[in-house]
Design a protein around this ligand. Structure first.
Ligand SMILES: NC(=O)C1=CN([C@@H]2O[C@H](COP(=O)(O)OP(=O)(O)OC[C@H]3O[C@@H](n4cnc5c(N)ncnc54)[C@H](OP(=O)(O)O)[C@@H]3O)[C@@H](O)[C@H]2O)C=CC1
Ligand SMILES: O=C(O)CCC(=O)C(=O)O
Length: 495
């Protein structure tokens, strides 16, 4: 085996190796070991939190426009290195290279967008109730932010959290997912090259149970921002809640695309293919339920199955690949178990197998799969599969479609294909999700609007957009009385 990279921690501006343990990083396209990463003990997390705590007052004191300028440089550097980053991303996550470039672009966009926030960070100025008095609100940083991120969007999601955190004056301790330490390494190297002061961002590689948990439980971590599974989010929320910590959660989805009888079926098929099978279905926004009006069900199914069979499944590094591998063996088994359940709950239209022959022998590939005539309460229509599997649910009306769409524990993204304006507005108002698409699939969020969902998808916070600043700032209301006398509000002087 040739020399492979070792991904280290970055604490207080120094790259460090934790000698205790290392974990192998695997390319899911061929199961090859491509790197190793250090596994941090809780002690390393404590050092990282100490560094973040020490760095925070000075970072807070840097004028926000200056923090924004540094973010601008970081975004430019990300842009210069876009191709290099995308290659590392595809190698460790498996997603097709075109999608990897798209993901890196999201981080670039978020960098430029949040750089601008350095000159805004708007508060409010309102008229005061009393004469010669000024009333306003300003944002202040929360303090030390603990960021815990998943493997499926390792740089985009990190940027959604990191950039608003630092532009608003927080310092950061970040634990990326075990599967994607290369992205974290590249990202933090760029921060370092751009001259981010030591201690402002600290990277600790390691397991969720050890390093992640140590972040959550640390007294000096003031806010935890997490993206991942609902089970982990719940565990983090109960610990952090018990410590009265601010906690922002983005979790699972069971997203549906509704296709009405007036829809452009070819457009709907394209939307379904991209949202259902893009990233091998491993997006929290991935479509996994297709709610179709019975009047167009057959037409949709025929076109969808034909196009699904044309998808090129393969190594994401190949420019012609449409659907890459899934993240690993455990995911493959879990997806296949769901498909076995689904075959009892509905009728298999295509796919349904693990691909493990010929060029697929060494990686973790699953056939894009469609199961139809699924009842809305079936397990494959309710539980998150996180793989390339679609359940088709027939309905008779928009009312029924909305009911089925909303009959889910999750509420991240929904979509409707229709050419009826009344249906567009009804769906927009009545679909109970944080994101609604019209005549587009359930994926492809832009970074300048809030990202997140209702119900068990989150806990009321949002990543991205200016909404993310609410996560990483506290509001401070300021009253300046320049009357020279002691005036008192809330005294009724009308008598
Ligand atoms: N709503 C959203 O925005 C998104 C949601 N997701 C959801 O994430 C899931 C897939 O990601 P997956 O990686 O499996 O999710 P996990 O919840 O397993 O992991 C997410 C992160 O949390 C860490 N972690 C695990 N256990 C703990 C713990 N006890 N304390 C602190 N940190 C912990 C993980 O570490 P480790 O490295 O050890 O795994 C990882 O860094 C899907 O359910 C998907 O829907 C994914 C992307 C976006
Ligand atoms: O496709 C999108 O809208 C973003 C998806 C995403 O970030 C995710 O699945 O984690």
């Amino acid at each position: 085996m040739g020399k492979i990279p070792l991904y280290r921690n970055y604490v207080d501006g120094r790259w460090q190796e934790d000698a205790n343990r290392r974990e192998k990083v695997i390319n899911p396209a061929n199961a090859k070991v491509i790197a190793e990463a250090v596994i941090s003990s809780p002690q390393i997390v404590h050092e990282a939190v100490d560094a973040a705590k020490r760095a925070q007052p000075a970072w807070k004191a840097v004028p926000a426009p200056e923090r924004g300028e540094l973010l601008f440089e970081i975004a430019q550097k990300l842009k210069e290195k876009k191709e290099e980053l995308a290659q590392v991303l595809t190698a460790e996550n498996g997603k097709p290279i075109q999608e990897a470039r798209g993901e890196v672009q999201e981080a670039i966009d978020m960098g430029f967008y949040m750089a601008g926030e350095g000159r805004r960070l708007f508060g409010q100025t309102v008229p005061a109730e009393l004469p010669n008095k000024h009333a306003m609100s300003v944002r202040s940083p929360v303090g030390v932010a603990g960021l815990i991120t998943p493997w499926n969007f390792p740089i985009a999601i990190a940027s959604w959290k990191m950039f608003p955190a630092i532009v608003s004056g927080n310092t950061v301790v970040w634990k990326p997912a075990l599967e994607t330490p290369g992205m974290a390494d590249q990202f933090v190297k760029i921060l370092d090259e751009c001259g981010l002061p030591h201690g402002v961002v600290n990277l600790v590689n390691g397991t969720g149970e050890e390093a992640g948990n140590a972040i959550v439980e640390h007294d000096e971590v003031d806010i935890v921002s997490f993206t991942g599974s609902t089970a982990t989010g719940r565990a983090i929320a109960s610990k952090a809640g018990g410590m009265l910590k601010k906690v922002s959660l983005e979790m699972g989805g069971k997203n549906a695309i509704t296709v009405m009888d007036s829809a452009d079926i070819n457009l709907a098929v394209d939307g379904i293919l991209w949202s259902g099978f893009g990233t091998s279905g491993q997006r929290c926004t991935a479509a996994s339920r297709i709610i179709v009006h019975r009047a167009v069900k057959q037409e949709l199914e025929e076109a969808l199955v034909a196009k699904t069979r044309e998808l090129a499944v393969g190594d994401g590094a190949d420019e012609n690949t449409d659907v890459g591998p899934v993240i690993g063996e455990t995911a493959l088994t879990s997806i296949h178990d769901y498909v076995k359940i689904g075959r009892q709950e509905g009728e298999l239209l295509c796919g349904g197998q693990i691909l493990n022959e010929g060029k697929y022998k060494k990686g973790y590939y699953y056939e894009p799969t469609i199961i139809t005539n699924v009842h809305p309460s079936a397990r494959i229509a309710q539980e998150e599969i996180f793989g390339p599997v679609l359940a088709i649910i027939p309905v008779n009306s928009l009312s029924e479609a909305i009911q089925v769409n909303n009959d889910s524990a999750y509420g991240l993204s929904s979509s409707i294909f229709t050419n009826n304006t009344n249906e567009v507005f009804r769906a927009m108002h009545e679909m109970d999700t944080g994101i609604v698409y019209v005549n587009a699939g359930t994926t492809g969020a832009e970074i300048h609007l809030p990202f997140g969902g209702t119900k068990k998808t989150g806990n009321g916070h949002r990543d991205s957009g200016t909404a993310s600043l609410d996560v990483f700032t506290e509001w401070k209301s300021v009253y300046v009385d320049y009357s020279g006398t002691l005036q008192r509000a809330q005294i009724d002087n009308n008598e």
